[in-house]
Design a protein around this ligand. Structure first.
Ligand code: HEM
Length: 622
């Protein structure tokens, strides 16, 4: 595309303008020449916007626009460009960079990429290279024969009655034994719902894939090293997409910067996965474990490859990593956007509630709170929640969990819309933009309208080329059906019990609301003088309150925060006590310290509690 652009410069009306411009320049001094040249470059570059959708700068191509865009909402920016260019444009990166790429949001082009010419649009070496450290040679990071084998085996297992039953059971258990108790403990307290949902789906996919309960979704929301390592890896891999290949490879090799973090996190995640594999093998070799498990890892351990050999540990590790990636955050981020949209569209929430209640009435549930805690939605009831399915699809249309995806073209190609593609160029399709194209969804494309998915009250799916949230063609998401089931089950279980309100405010446990940005001061001085904390004698100096059977017993830091508390607890606390005790004992053993008569002792208004007039004393030798 670059070359055609340069050719055009010399054979279009631009060429005539260029030569007359140069003639004028030869007649003006050097300073003026530079100014005129800069003006020409700016006008010319900006002028390209009409033809290419974006300004094209000498040497830098379209990079400046991209750099400005990624500081804001890059998806919106790309949508704006795609709307201006009728759905497809070619991003021209800097000279000699690998940032050239065709970007499209055209359903016909997408169908061409994902189905018609599937073989010519693989993920390609470039994308595979970016994710290889994490995904090895799993289903997400392979093409051709290797992918086909993965797809066949995985599809077979995922659709088996055994695994489907295990997946449904896992959703019920995690929702009722983990999610709902955690939510109950957080009623009226602001919390990050996305974090809770991420924990839910991470625990769930680990249960389905490896048959282990990580317990990330538990009261207190504990830190989960494996989940954090996974998070770190995906974050750094996303950065690789905009980092020059040679740079991230060098950083990875030397283990520096974010690539160093990736290397350490990868090691941690691998060790965890290999340990699970080792233990499972040991468990399966003793007959007792054989029957009770039906997770993907165990199922694959019982299977043989095409040559009749057991799958290697590396294969099993890749399987786990690919599945955890697939099921980890796709459903949870979709749910987070969904609840955000519900907050802005209360009518939709009412409709969902009405649907859920209607379904419950059919089983004789009166909605009087009776059996509330034990109410578990049945699979056939979840299936009947068609309005909810429409609302979830609408959320995914506007906020697809995978907002953009990439392919590489293996031969010169021409898209149905006429865009030419040179062999080797990367192709990006923007799912986010597709949900916002009037040409696809009509004038109300930016509105959240579940009704557009309903016909006579029944949910009707859209073709994947128009709604590719779950991909399409031969690489259609293998977890689509389960993802809908999981999301519907979780939403119905939450919404039936709670109203989720989006808030920027914090609320203290005592109910005080704090507006965003307000400063909070806590007075340690006052806390030491509160009867409610220390009793009626709170103002008395009574070391005995710290002793039990003659032994010193510390108080919780929330009651006695002299050394602060929580993660920022004073690091010098122990040393400070030691130093003070040593000094006091050394002095008091030798002297009697008498405060000077009538010396005024009052605190000074400062960050540390100085005595305003110092401490005048008289020492008496013992
Ligand atoms: C709302 C939830 C989900 C969404 C939006 C979603 C979306 C997608 C997308 C866009 C792809 C194509 C990715 C690519 O090739 O670059 C994909 C592939 C895949 N998904 Fe999902 N997914 C979801 C949930 C799940 C779940 C829960 C599982 C598994 C339990 C799963 C399993 C897979 C697998 C195995 C593939 C690879 C298919 C292949 O390459 O042949 N997905 N999904």
């Amino acid at each position: 595309m670059n070359s055609s652009h340069h050719t055009a410069l010399f054979h279009t009306p631009d060429a005539t303008i260029t030569s007359s411009f140069l003639q004028i320049l030869s007649e003006i001094p050097f300073g003026g020449f530079l100014l005129a040249l800069s003006t020409f470059v700016v006008i010319h570059s900006l002028g390209q916007q009409r033809r290419h959708g974006l300004a094209v700068w000498p040497v830098l191509g379209m990079l400046p626009s991209l750099l400005i865009a990624i500081r804001g909402n890059a998806y919106e920016w790309a949508t704006g460009v795609l709307v201006r260019t009728n759905g497809t444009f070619t991003f021209q990166g800097p000279w000699l960079s690998n940032l050239q790429c065709v970007v499209t949001a055209n359903p016909d082009n997408l169908k061409y990429i994902l189905k018609t010419k599937f073989a010519n649009f693989p993920k390609g070496e470039y994308i595979q290279g970016l994710v290889r450290d994490m995904l090895g040679h799993g289903i997400f990071s392979t093409d051709g024969e290797a992918w086909r084998h993965h797809r066949k085996r995985t599809s077979l297992q995922l659709h088996s009655a055994e695994l489907r039953a295990a997946m449904a059971k896992s959703v019920i258990e995690l929702t009722h034994l983990r999610l709902l108790p955690v939510l109950e403990s957080l009623v009226n307290i602001p919390f990050d719902l996305q974090d809770v949902l991420l924990r839910l789906t991470f625990d769930n996919v680990c249960m389905i894939t490896m048959g282990i309960n990580l317990g990330g979704l538990s009261l207190g929301l504990p830190k989960m090293p494996f989940a954090e390592a996974f998070e770190n890896i995906t974050e750094v891999i996303a950065l690789r997409f905009i980092t020059p290949t040679a740079l991230w490879k060098a950083m990875y090799h030397f283990g520096i910067g974010c690539e160093g973090k990736l290397k350490r996190s990868q090691k941690e995640a691998d060790e965890f996965a290999y340990e699970v594999i080792r233990r499972r093998k040991a468990e399966l070799s003793s007959l007792s474990g054989e029957k009770s498990r039906s997770d993907l890892l165990t199922v694959f351990m019982r299977l043989k490859d095409e040559n009749g050999n057991a799958f290697s540990d590396e294969f099993l590790r890749d399987l786990c990593m690919n599945f955890i990636l697939a099921g980890r955050d796709t459903s949870s981020v979709a749910l987070a956007w969904f609840f955000w949209l519900l907050d802005q569209n209360p009518v939709v929430e009412e409709q969902i509630l009405a649907e859920v209640r209607h379904i419950l009435e059919d089983r004789g549930y009166g909605g009087n709170g009776e059996g509330e805690n034990t109410l578990v939605f049945r699979p056939e009831e979840v299936k009947r929640m068609e309005y909810l399915q429409a609302a979830l699809s609408e959320a995914l249309r506007l906020y697809p969990s995978v907002p953009v995806d990439f392919k590489e073209v293996t031969e010169d190609e021409v898209f149905p819309d006429g865009t030419t593609l040179k062999k080797g160029i990367k192709v990006m399709y923007s799912l986010y933009s597709m949900g916002r194209m009037e040409s696809i969804w009509g004038e109300d494309c930016r509105e959240f309208k579940p009704e557009r998915w309903l016909k006579d009250g029944r949910f009707v799916s859209e073709s994947w080329s128009k709604f590719p949230a779950f991909n399409g063609g031969p690489r259609l998401c293998l977890g689509k059906e389960f993802a809908y089931y999981q999301m519907k089950f979780v939403v119905a279980s939450i919404i039936h019990r709670y109203h989720v309100k989006v808030t920027e405010d914090e609320v203290f446990p005592d109910g005080t609301t704090l507006k965003k940005g307000i400063k909070v001061m806590y007075s340690l001085y006052s806390m030491g003088r509160m009867e409610s904390i220390w009793g009626e004698d709170c103002r008395e100096f009574k070391p005995e309150r710290w002793l039990k059977d003659g032994r010193f017993v510390s108080e919780s830091w929330s009651k006695f925060p002299a050394f602060n508390g929580g993660p920022r607890l004073c690091l010098g606390k122990e040393f400070a006590y030691y130093q003070m005790k040593f000094v006091v004992a050394s002095i008091i053993h030798r002297y009697h310290v008498k405060v000077f008569p009538n010396h005024l002792v009052v605190p000074k208004l400062a960050l540390t509690m100085y005595m305003k007039h110092g401490l005048k004393v008289i020492l008496e030798k013992r």
